[in-house]
Design a protein. Structure first.
Length: 390
C-alpha cells in the first residue's frame, strides 16, 4: 500500500499518460486501439509465415501447401481489415491521418514488405504501449484505493471491538464457581490415576477379591477357580497384572518350569485373559471416568479419603448451576483472549489510522482534470475510481 508520496507519483504518471492520450479524440481512441491491436496480430502472423518460408530448406510438398494456404488466408484478412478501416472512416470514427497510416501499412504487407510495414507500425506500437501503461496506472490507482478501504474497514472493526469490550460485563461469581468446579474435577482425576496405579500394582490374588463400580469380574465359578489356582501357586498370585499377562505368551515348555499343570493354567488363568488384559489397559478406557452426573462413580470417589470426599461434596454443590456458570466462564475466556489480541491497539492510534486512510483516499479520488474545454478521460476515471472505492 502506497504512502502519500507514492500515490502522488502514481497520479502524476497517470495524468501524464492521460494528457498524451487526449491528443487523440476520445471517440476515435477505442476504434484506433482496436484496429491497431488487430493489425499487430496480422503483422506478427505474416512475419511468422515469412520466417518459416525462408528458414525451411527444401520443404515437403505438404509443408509448402500449408504455408501457401496460410498466406492466402492472411491476404484475405488484410483485404477485410482494409474494408473495416474504410468503414470506420466513413462513420467519422477515424481521422484522415490515422486512416492513412493504417492503410499504408496494409499495402506494405500485401507486397509483402514486412520490414517497412514494421517500421510504419512503430507509431501504433507506441500508442498501444501508451494505452497499456495508462490502463495499468488506472488499475493501480483503483487497487490502492481498494487496499486503503480495506485497511480503513479493518481499523474501524478493531475500534468497534475495543468499544464493545469496554462495555462487556462478566458475572465473576459464576466464573469463579466454574473454575472451582473444574479444579475439584481435576483433583478427582488425580485420585483416579492414583487408584488405577494401585490396581496395576496389586497382586492378582488380591485384585480378584475387589469390588469396583464398572469392573466386571469373571463369573463366580471361574472366580473361585482363579482363587484356588493362586492359592495352589502363590508365585502366580503374587504377580501384578502386567507380569501375569506376560505368562500368556510362554511356550508349554517354558511355562512347565513354573507350573507343572500347564493345562490347568491355560484353562483357569489364560481362559480369563480378556479380564486381566482389560485391567492392564484400564487407563486407556472410561473405567471410573470422572463424571459428576454418575452418582455411583461419585460415591466411589467420596470413599477414597477425606480430600476426595470434600471434592465430591463441593462438585455436587457447584454442579447445580453448572450450565449457566460454564457459559459465563467460556464467555469470560473468550473476552480475555480478545482483550489480549487487542492489547497492542489503542483507540487513539486506531482513530489516527482511520483519519490517515481517509486522507489518502481523498488524495486518490481528487484526480484533477487537465486544462481545456472537454472533460476527457480524467473525469470518467474519477467516477470509476469513486465506484471502485465504495
Amino acid at each position: 500500500m502506497l504512502d502519500e508520496k507514492g500515490i502522488a507519483e502514481l497520479k502524476r504518471t497517470y495524468q501524464d499518460l492521460g494528457k498524451r492520450l487526449e491528443k487523440i479524440d476520445k471517440k476515435q481512441l477505442p476504434i484506433i486501439i482496436r484496429l491497431a491491436e488487430r493489425l499487430k496480430e496480422l503483422l506478427e502472423d505474416i512475419e511468422l509465415v515469412r520466417d518459416k518460408d525462408k528458414n525451411t530448406w527444401n520443404p515437403a510438398f505438404t509443408t509448402r501447401m500449408r504455408l501457401a494456404k496460410k498466406g492466402v488466408e492472411l491476404y484475405k484478412d488484410l483485404v477485410q481489415f482494409e474494408k473495416d478501416v474504410a468503414a470506420e472512416f466513413e462513420k467519422g470514427n477515424l481521422s484522415v491521418d490515422a486512416g492513412k497510416r493504417l492503410i499504408s501499412i496494409v499495402k506494405l504487407l500485401k507486397d509483402p514488405q514486412v520490414v517497412p510495414a514494421r517500421k510504419e507500425f512503430e507509431y501504433f506500437d507506441e500508442l498501444l504501449d501508451l494505452k497499456r501503461r495508462y490502463d495499468a496506472a488506472a488499475e493501480e490507482l483503483a487497487e490502492q484505493g481498494r487496499a486503503l478501504r480495506r485497511e480503513r474497514n479493518r481499523l474501524e472493526r478493531l475500534l468497534a471491538d475495543l468499544s464493545a469490550l469496554e462495555n462487556e460485563r462478566v458475572d465473576q461469581e459464576k466464573v469463579r464457581a466454574y473454575a472451582e468446579l473444574l479444579e475439584n474435577l481435576q483433583a478427582l482425576q488425580k485420585v483416579r490415576a492414583d487408584y488405577l496405579d494401585s490396581l496395576l500394582s496389586k497382586p492378582v490374588a488380591e485384585l480378584i477379591g475387589l469390588e469396583n463400580p464398572g469392573l466386571e469380574l469373571p463369573p463366580k465359578e471361574e472366580l473361585a477357580g482363579l482363587k484356588k489356582f493362586f492359592s495352589d501357586y502363590p508365585e502366580f498370585g503374587r504377580c501384578d497384572v502386567v507380569k501375569l499377562c506376560e505368562f500368556f505368551g510362554y511356550s508349554e515348555k517354558k511355562l512347565s518350569h513354573l507350573c507343572p499343570e500347564t493345562t490347568r493354567f491355560r484353562r483357569v488363568v489364560a481362559g480369563n485373559k480378556s479380564f486381566f488384559e482389560s485391567i492392564r489397559f484400564l487407563k486407556q478406557t472410561a473405567f471410573l471416568k470422572v463424571d459428576d452426573s454418575d452418582g455411583a462413580v461419585m460415591d466411589f470417589y467420596a470413599r477414597q479419603g477425606e480430600a476426595a470426599q470434600k471434592a465430591v461434596e463441593r462438585i455436587r454443590e457447584l454442579a447445580k448451576d453448572r450450565q449457566s456458570a460454564r457459559e459465563e466462564y467460556e464467555r469470560s475466556r473468550q473476552l480475555e483472549k480478545r482483550r489480549g489480541e487487542l492489547s497492542a491497539y489503542s483507540k487513539k492510534e486506531l482513530e489516527a489510522g482511520m483519519a490517515e486512510a481517509d486522507r489518502l483516499l481523498g488524495l486518490l479520488e481528487s484526480v484533477p482534470q487537465p486544462s481545456g474545454e472537454r472533460p476527457g478521460i480524467f473525469s470518467a476515471f474519477g467516477s470509476i475510481l469513486r465506484k471502485a472505492l465504495t
